[in-house]
Design a protein around this ligand. Structure first.
Ligand code: GH3
Ligand code: MG
Ligand code: MG
Ligand code: MG
Length: 307
């Protein structure tokens, strides 16, 4: 319960984009939704695409027939871009033509509403799609999280690595990668038990996550007792410094490991790579490079980072 001197937090309102070349049509929908939604408006296709990029609305009510870029083309472009692909589109059209409806669904719309609209029907359909969107978002989040450690998983790593690789290619900036492997972890499990091993992996994950703070830096569980950190726009020498500081942070966490021959606490080894993505190269090459360095870090005595 809130006390009288505590301001009530506003509940998050769904974000709705209304697109129609006729302002009067936008007006009608605006009045219908203004109380419950944060509303964005656009009167042509280009504008609609720009608003979607900028505002990431939760749902779009999209007119089909517009001069210039029509609704079908807007929808096609939204679905082609990873940034806007998951925003549900409901077409709103004056033409009661079955072909139009099929074309709309074909380009990725989730529903189709005919003008003149029936307010309760539009509201109900919007509500249904928002519920579905929330569920889909939840599922997608779950699919990208490692269930043991709570940090992003290998699937998320692969996706982010490919996105950052493409970003690096477009902007001619390096992509840094650190592969991390816990030292003598088999002995740790054998000595302390698998459950303690799990808790240690959680602690390592937490330390890595809290050590990487710059936007777009990402610490992920790569698999087993291995972690992979993505460092966008970081050159090799800086990536190596970051990797060394990660190794130190794990050691300083001071998790006892009696059987470790490197220290009496849990330590990790790290392999570091960074390059400006070139046409003949791929994220797999970056991984291979980091993995080769990790192997060297192991053979040179562990608890260290090698680039
Ligand atoms: P090195 O220093 O060369 O990396 O030696 P290591 O013992 O860490 O390497 P090895 O690959 O032989 O052992 C990795 C161990 O990690 C074996 C495996 O049981 C353990 N492991 C992998 N995933 C998990 C997990 O989810 N939980 C626990 N508790 N252990 C795991
Ligand atoms: Mg129109
Ligand atoms: Mg390993
Ligand atoms: Mg290991």
């Amino acid at each position: 319960m809130t006390t009288s001197n505590e301001p009530e937090l506003p509940t998050l309102r769904p974000r709705l984009l209304l697109v129609d070349d006729q302002p009067i049509n936008i007006q009608i929908l605006y009045q219908l939704f203004q109380d419950d939604f944060e509303i964005f408006m656009a009167t042509d296709g280009q504008q609609a695409l720009a608003v979607c990029e900028r505002e990431s609305p939760d749902l779009i009510l999209l007119d089909v027939v517009m001069p210039g870029m029509d609704g079908l083309e807007v929808c096609r472009r939204l679905k082609a871009s990873p940034a806007t692909r998951t925003i549900p589109v409901i077409f709103v059209t004056g033409q009661n033509a079955p072909n139009e409806e099929a074309a709309g669904l074909e380009v990725g719309a989730v529903d189709f509403i005919s003008k003149p609209i029936s307010p309760p029907v539009v509201k109900a359909r919007v509500k249904t799609q928002l519920k579905l969107k929330a569920l889909t978002d939840q599922l997608r989040d779950l699919a990208f999280v490692d269930s043991l450690t709570g940090i992003p998983n290998r699937r998320r790593f692969d996706e982010a690595c490919s996105q950052e690789w493409n970003f690096g290619r477009r902007h001619n900036v390096p992509l840094g990668l650190i592969l991390i492997d816990v030292d003598h972890f088999k002995a740790y499990n054998d000595h302390y038990g698998h459950q303690a091993g799990d808790a240690t992996l959680q602690a390592v994950a937490t330390t890595l996550k809290s050590s990487l703070r710059r936007p777009r830096e990402l610490a992920t569980r790569f698999g087993g007792e291995e972690f992979a950190c993505l460092l966008p726009s970081i050159a090799l020498s800086d990536a190596l410094q970051i990797a060394s500081s990660l190794c130190r942070a794990i050691q300083e966490a001071g998790l006892p490991h009696e059987l470790s021959t490197t220290a009496s606490v849990v330590t990790v080894s790290a392999g570091v790579a960074s390059e400006i993505p070139g046409p003949e190269r791929s994220p797999a090459d970056l991984l291979k490079q980091a993995d080769a360095c990790l192997y060297q870090a192991k053979s040179q005595g562990r608890n260290r980072a090698i680039a």
